[in-house]
Write a protein that binds this ligand. Sequence first.
Ligand code: EPU
Length: 359
Amino acid sequence: MSSPVRLLRDAPLTARNSFGVPARAALLAEVNDARALPGLLAGDGFAGARPLVVGAGSNLLFAGDPDQPVVVLVGDAVTERSNDGAETILRAEAGAQWHDFVMQALARGLGGLENLALIPGTVGAAPIQNIGAYGVEVCERIHAVEAFEPATGRWHRLPAGECAFGYRDSLFKRQPDRFIVTAVEFALSRQPQVRIDYAGLGDALAAAGHAAPTPRQVADAVIEIRRSKLPDPAVLGNAGSFFKNPIVPAGQAEALRAAHPGLPVFPVGPFPADALAHGETPQGPRSKLSAAWLIDDCGWKGHRRGDAGVAATHALVLVNHGSATGAQLLALARDIAASVQERFGVALEPEPRLVGDRW
Ligand code: EPU
């Protein structure tokens, strides 16, 4: 049996981030068994430090070396917790690879995650930025999140309703470093209602001759669409969408659309209660703008500066053509955001976590 923790010193992080940029961790722990966390975090090199938890490194940018010890959870067991016929609660440890887990759920006959197929990353990272694609956000399928709180030494099992989920947002993202997500429970179904309303998905399924598609067929269509638009990080370093789609007052969105008729604008739900709790003020109805369109319209798609670039297939994806550094990618991102600000008066925010610098 492998030991619960493997400690590495001066560990290279290049292969541990999907941008493939160079960085090193003075101390890195690979944790096989999350129950070892309290002992590890009280021990040499970790006590008193805020560890940086890294999953598959597919949603972060190392603009410099982390100045904290790094923890990587590698336990990836998947177990069925309950099954009442209609709904099955499937629990996966944080280190499971997200796409493998989605395919495993489908192989067990469980639907609900098919729209989220092929998203890079781990199960433990999924609730942190509330991953979403093709009309579904993972929070809609999360039953509970298990987490360890280093500051108090307490273990938590947070029902989905207590995780303050929002668009690419959660309690775990709003309070970074407070919790280490160790496992996630998903509520899945053997008779799921498939969701194929997202632009292009229904058409792709109809073209493939699937009038009443199964979850597996939806997953296959999503995989095909993603492969056609989003570069594979194993081939061309990237972290998916580099910017969030900006949320602005609905009036501003309408004015922008009047001036730029092609701009995709989507309504967003009510102001999250959690944002109110954080002192933010609701300012009436809001709309989500397509960041990809704004960036594309500024002429950035396919742009390249040394090895840092914008994907030729999707304006929202920054790519590393080989030996770009995180600092170079960040400099490019800042220039893109400045040009969108200047042309449209809209502020873009990065989606991935920045390590070693601030936005
Ligand atoms: N568009 C352009 N130029 C481009 C790409 C897109 O103008 O180069 C416009 C098109 O009008 C298109 C629209 O943008 O219809 C939306 O594009 P897409 O369907 O690719 O979605 P997105 O809003 O750019 C979001 C997520 C993706 C997710 C897709 C599909 C964010 C920040 N990104 O992208 O998530 O895969 O929807 O659901 O919400 C990620 O978070 O890393 C990610 C890849």
